[in-house]
Design a protein around this ligand. Structure first.
Ligand SMILES: Nc1nc2c(ncn2[C@@H]2O[C@H](COP(=O)(O)OP(=O)(O)OP(=O)(O)O)[C@@H](O)[C@H]2O)c(=O)[nH]1
Ligand SMILES: [Zn+2]
Length: 372
């Protein structure tokens, strides 16, 4: 993992990295933040291609079976057109994209790095021409360019399971749960931290423990955004776990269903242009839900919890814990309030992502359509 986290820092700063595939080196740079492809073309000695995910391509009317595809870039393409290829809301008709070919492991590795770096999943990739290989090697040996294997890049999204570090902890009495203890865990690559809020004597408890997996939402949790129900759910979960006699809330660094705050704000702007929450993420190149719950399983293991009573409306969370070997003994619904602004979002979660329908939402929808 050592090179992966360093590569992520370079990529976030807009620098290229070299991904080694065994056959040929590939020079890779994030589209986000780049204002020209010419530097990459000069360094690699070949024309860069834009690598886009199948979700982005589907949004542009191209359905492909590969995870991602490579689109050759014309020499005269201006920056605005290039960026539009990765983020603009498609107009409906199929967009002409000539020369698409399935992405290889190097390109897919590049996209995994972009995702782990919480950037747009769009990468500029150029094969290193033979004439440039010595110059690239020299830059690698001087430490000016970082090289990593495609296989390691591809694993970037999985982190390093089982090696989560329990770093520090303290008692933090909460308004609705006085006996709360915050336990901070750090992922082995040092990129993300997650907090377990242990309420009462839940560690190593025998029998099912009330658990909430809460994905971070800065806008909702901290500012009470009316666009979602996260802030309410967070506070209701703490109160409910406390009322149940104790349990754990895992506060997971998975802002925006795992796409990061920058992309969530982009997705909100697309929603304001008429898309629902799922389609907006797809236009940006993401799937329905980019979250992974391996870290949650590791945290429960570290806390000695094997059986849970899960507070959620999301069947994926139950499946993920079960897949990780945690016994989900029961599920309890957890609601926030339904507002004019979040009704469309909550409806999309139920209709498109298979979440259990919110009772208050069902009532609101019935009131709006008395005959439906
Ligand atoms: N990409 C994206 N993320 C959103 C949007 N609205 C809210 N989110 C994020 O969605 C996540 C909501 O997570 P959770 O509250 O854990 O839950 P959930 O999947 O709805 O499932 P529950 O357990 O039933 O609440 C947070 O990370 C929010 O930041 C949106 O429109 N787009
Ligand atoms: Zn939210």
């Amino acid at each position: 993992m050592y090179h992966v986290e360093r590569a992520i820092f370079d990529i976030r700063r807009g620098l290229p990295v070299v991904i080694h595939t065994g056959s040929r080196p590939l020079l890779v740079q994030a589209l986000e933040g780049s204002d020209s492809v010419e530097a990459l073309a000069a360094l690699s000695g070949s024309r860069p291609a834009l690598v886009l995910t199948r979700h982005r391509l589907a949004a542009m009317g191209h359905s492909i079976s590969a995870e991602a595809a490579r689109l050759p870039l014309a020499a005269e393409m201006d920056t605005a057109t290039l960026h539009d290829l990765a983020v603009a809301k498609p107009h409906g008709e199929k967009q002409r994209l000539s020369g698409l070919s399935p992405a290889g492991p190097g390109e897919r590795g590049a996209l995994a790095l972009m995702r782990r770096a919480l950037l747009l999943p769009a990468a500029l990739c150029a094969d290193v021409d033979e004439a440039q290989q010595a110059a690239i090697e020299a830059k690698i040996s001087y430490g000016e360019l970082l090289r990593l294997d495609a296989g390691d890049a591809l694993k970037a999204l999985h982190g390093a399971p089982g090696m989560l570090k329990r770093v520090s902890e303290a008692d933090i009495p909460l308004e609705s749960a006085q006996a709360s203890r915050f336990v901070l865990f750090r992922e082995p690559d040092g990129l993300r931290e997650h907090v377990a809020v242990v309420i009462g004597a839940a560690e190593n408890a025998a029998g099912p423990v009330p658990i909430r997996l809460h994905s971070a939402c800065l806008t909702g949790d901290l500012f009470g955004s009316l666009r979602c129900d996260c802030g309410d759910q967070l506070r209701n979960a703490v109160a409910e776990i406390s009322a149940l006699g104790g349990g754990v809330l895992l506060y997971l660094a998975q802002e925006g269903r795992g796409i990061g705050l920058a992309n969530k704000l982009r997705a909100y702007t697309l929603q304001d242009a008429g898309l629902d929450t799922v389609d907006a993420d797809q236009v940006l190149g993401f799937g329905d839900d980019e979250r992974r719950y391996g870290v949650a399983v590791d945290m429960l293991n570290a806390l000695g919890i094997t059986q849970v009573q899960l507070l959620t409306n999301n069947p994926l969370k139950m499946a993920a814990l079960r897949d990780g070997g945690i016994e989900v003994v029961s599920r309890q619904a957890l609601y926030g309030s339904v507002t004019d602004q979040n009704q469309r979002y909550l409806t999309a979660k139920a209709n498109r992502s298979g979440h259990y329908l919110h009772d208050a939402l069902r009532d609101a929808l019935n009131d709006a359509q008395p005959n439906g």
